[in-house]
Each structure stands twice: as C-alpha cells, then as structure tokens.
Design a protein around this ligand. Structure first.
Ligand code: IDP
Ligand code: CA
Length: 498
C-alpha cells in the first residue's frame, strides 16, 4: 500500500508544480491558437500597388495615377485614380515636325508622378502610353512622322524609374471597349452582374459609342463586336469609333462643306453673331479628314463670320452624316451597323465639358427644352458671350454653340436617340473620384486585374471567423478546465495531507 502511494506521489503528473505548468501551457496554447486564427484571416496592414497611364489624345495628353491594395481578391480591393496631371501644350500628334518636343512635353507631369508614387514603388509601377485619334490621323497621313513621335516619347518615358510598358496607338474598338469597361467597373456593375451602362466618348478627332444590346449577337457586323468574360459573366458588346467625328474634326467637316466654292466670307450659323475672324484655308484643310476637299484655286484666307442660328447650324451639321446607304438591318450613319440604343448611358470627355458649360447636363429636361435653350444661347451676341465668360479660353468659348448643336445632332440623328432614350443619358466627368475614359479599362486589362471567373468569395466574412474561433476557444477552455479539475482536487487534497 505504502509502495503504491510512493509511486503515486512520485508520478510527474501528480505534483502540484506539474499541474500548474500544464494549466499555464494550456492557457498559453489556447491564447496562441486564438491569436493565430484571428490574425490569419485579418487583412494585413494595407500595402498598395500603383499604375500610370498616359492618355495621348488629339487635343492634349493627360497622366493618370491609379492605386489599389496589393492583396488579391480582397473584397474592398478596387482600383482608384489618386492623381491626374494635364500636360501643357497640344497633343503629341501636333509635334510631327519637332518630335523630340513631344517627349519633352511629358516631363513635368512625369516629375509629378515621381512625387506622387512612393519612392520604393517606382520600379514595380507599370507605365503605359496610349494614343488615340490624333495619332491615328498622323499615322495615316505620315507614318514616319508618327514613328518619330513615338520614338521621342518612348525615349523620354524610359528616363524614369517606372516600369515602362510601351507606347502605342489604340484601335477605335479598343478605345470604345475600354471606356465601357471603365464606366461599368467604377459603377460596380461587372462584379455584381448588373445591367450594364453604355459608354459615349466624344474626343477631338474621334467619337465612340459602346453598349450591350439584348437583341444583338455580334454576327451581323463582327468588326463592331467585342466579347468579354468578366467575373464569370459573358458580355457581347457593340462598339464603334467614328474617326473624324470628334468635335474638332467635325467642325472642320462642317466648315469645309461651306467652303466648297472657296468664298472669301463664310457666314456660319454655328458661331455667334458678331464673331468674325480671318482664318487660313491651309489650317482648315490640314487634316486627312478634309484635305481631299480643299477647293481648287482657293484664296489663302477666309473671313469666318457668325450668324448664330441653331436650326441652320443643325442643318449644316446633318450634312456631314451620310444616311443614304446601309447594307445591314439598321445603321447609324456612313453605312455603319448599329443596333437600337438600349439601357442607360454615360457620356463623358467633351460630351461633359460642353454640356456642363452650357448648363444642359440635366437629361430629365425634355429634349425640346434643351433645344430651345441652345437656340437662345446660339442667338446671343458674341460681345455678350465674351463679356459673360471672360475667364474662358476664347477658342473653347467661340465653339460651344457648334459643339452643343453637334452633340444633340450626333445623338438624335446619328445614333437615333429618341426623347425617351435621351433621358437615360448621364453626362459624367468622374465616377467615385476616377475620370470616365478608356485609361482605367486599358490598365485593368493589361494588368489582368479583372478575372474571367468570379473569385471564390470566402464563405464567411472576417467577423464570422473571429466569432467562430472565439466560441471554439471558450469551449476548449471549458473542456480543458473540466479535464484538469480532478487533478487539481487531488492536488489540493495532497497539499492538505502534507
Ligand atoms: O474645358 C473644355 N471645354 C471644352 N472642350 C474641352 C475642354 N477640355 C477638353 N475639351 C475637348 O475635349 C476633347 C478631348 O479630345 P481628345 O484630346 O481626348 O481627343 P481624341 O479622344 O479624339 O484623341 C477635345 O475636343 C477638347 O477640345
Ligand atoms: Ca479622348
């Protein structure tokens, strides 16, 4: 009996010290388990990635910096524009005769980007330059000049520490499709598989229309069709880019058709009464959109004089669209296939600048009222307009009557928006702080940021994991306490005996 008791007393499991050690180790283990389990599911301290896109448009270049959390598949992980910089001077296509200046023009904004992106992220930050219709036109007109502009621009961009991924001309299709991706990504329509928003982009040299139509399968005009699989949803997008129908080239087209006989004075209903300016024929026809129309033996200059008449301006503008031929079931203009417009639309770039200036962004206003307001605006004397807006650049100011009339004509006559479908257009500049335009969609595509399939969402949010681990830890602790209770009571009895 006493030998047995000796054995019991000597067993390492029965000494009070051992029991205390076991208890402490058990508590530490449970605390460690809880901590590890909770931390494993907690987002790590936010680390960001960056991307830079240069939009080399026909009228100017703009730089955009985007930022997103480094972690993948994070539900809050969205790409946001954190900074933009407008390059001073004209678009890069205007430097055809001085290519190196095109590169030099970008350096100020690039220095700004160096300041904005954290120093230790420069090497890993991709940098893209995409050129649109201005360079498309230069490339058509003089491809070696366009190559030289790209060489100069690439050389300038390589001087920076960023990871330069190349400079290229986007096709009209890409420009339209990436604009659509941007709008729907920012509106959170892709991830949730919601009805998408169409995109209307008005540039200086080209204009794009892109939308999903339920009764269009892409077979009628494959060149106007882009298919995507994004977050597990299939999209069949209709898109078209009209080269020469951006607002600056459309103005040339409209003016050019009034100068067919080479008159010395052009009375233009799209400009305000009292506006008069001597202009060069050579400048007007210095674009492949109109160069073939230059009148024979025209004088060097013409007197551009406004008459300020919306109705007549609209008649002039209608004449730049060709509605006479269409080999498809339906066309917009110039023989281009287009299904009936459908659903909501976001209209950005010059659509926004012009309609915002004219105070006509409210599309709940009936179209007839919009036209009435524009009629009044166009009929306002040039002297009054300049007096009311002395801070606005004169070139823009002179052209708002034309630009507003062009927008309404393009939408209603060109794309066949009706009073009802017009009311579903929203003139937008930004969505949630990011500019509407092709640049974000372009970068999302090149960095593979939008997966084809929906990411496996975690079965529980972070708070769910914390609750489950806490409950399990408490249960474990109770079981642990219950299991060591007999040992403790034996231990205390021993201490009592001692
Ligand atoms: O403040 C403004 N008021 C009016 N128009 C503007 C303003 N800012 C930019 N724009 C116009 O927006 C258009 C932008 O076109 P962009 O340079 O992107 O050409 P692209 O897209 O055809 O290559 C140009 O016609 C430019 O004049
Ligand atoms: Ca543009």
């Amino acid at each position: 009996m006493s030998a047995q008791r000796d054995m019991k007393e000597k067993s390492p499991w029965r000494t009070p010290v051992t029991i205390i050690i076991i208890t402490v180790i058990g508590v530490i283990a449970i605390v460690a388990l809880v901590t590890v389990a909770v931390l494993q599911n907690k987002p790590l301290s936010q680390k960001y990635k960056y991307g830079i896109v240069l939009d080399a448009g026909s009228s100017h270049t703009a730089l955009y910096i985007y930022e997103w959390p480094a972690e993948k598949d994070n539900n809050t992980g969205r790409v946001e524009q954190t900074h933009s910089c407008k390059v001073q001077g004209p678009g890069i296509s205007a430097y055809a005769s001085d290519p190196w200046k095109a590169g030099e023009s970008l350096t100020d904004c690039m220095h700004e980007a160096q300041q904005k992106v954290p120093r230790n992220k420069h090497e890993e930050t991709p940098l893209y330059l995409g050129a649109t219709a201005g360079m498309r036109l230069l490339n058509m007109e003089n491809s070696s000049a366009s190559d030289q502009v790209f060489q100069a621009v690439e050389e300038a961009l390589r001087q920076f520490q960023f990871s330069f991924q190349g400079a290229r001309i986007l096709s009209g299709q890409e420009e339209g499709a990436f604009g659509w991706v941007t709008v729907n990504y920012l509106d959170d329509r892709l991830k949730q598989g919601l009805e998408t928003t169409g995109a209307l982009d008005l540039g200086g040299a080209s204009t794009q229309i892109s939308f999903v139509s339920s009764n269009y399968d892409g077979s009628e005009s494959p060149k106007n069709s882009v298919t995507f699989r994004l977050y597990g949803n299939d999209y069949n997008l209709y898109t078209h880019s009209f080269l020469c129908y951006g607002k600056d080239q459309a103005l040339r087209l409209t003016l050019a058709q009034q100068t067919l006989s080479g008159p010395v004075i052009i009375s233009d209903p799209c400009f305000h009464k009292g506006y008069t300016k001597i202009k060069n024929y050579a400048d007007l026809y210095d674009s492949p959109c109109v160069s073939h129309r230059k009148p024979q033996g025209a004088p060097a200059t013409f007197n551009h004089t406004g008459t300020g008449n919306f109705q007549q301006c609209q008649e002039q503008i209608k004449r730049i669209f060709n509605f006479t031929y269409c080999k498809y079931s339906r066309c917009s203009f110039n023989g281009i296939f287009q299904p009936l417009v459908q659903g909501p639309f976001g209209a950005f770039s010059a659509y926004y600048f012009v309609m915002d200036f004219l105070n006509l962004t409210d599309t709940s206003e009936p179209l007839t009222e919009v036209k009435d307001k524009l009629t009044k605006y166009c009929a306002t004397l040039w002297s009054e307009i300049t007096a009311q807006h002395h801070t606005v650049k004169e070139k823009y100011l002179a052209e708002y009557c034309f630009a507003g009339t062009y927008i309404l004509t393009l939408l209603t006559e060109g794309y066949n928006f009706t009073s009802e479908s017009y009311s579903k257009i929203k003139y937008i500049k930004q969505i949630k702080g990011s500019d509407a335009g092709w640049t974000l969609g372009y970068m999302l595509n090149l960095t593979n940021m939008i997966p084809a399939e929906a990411p496996d969402s975690p079965p529980l949010p972070h708070a769910g994991y914390v609750s489950i681990v806490t409950i399990m830890a408490i249960l474990l602790f109770i079981v642990f306490i219950l299991s060591i209770r007999p040992l403790w009571s034996r231990c205390s009895k021993q201490l009592h005996i001692v």
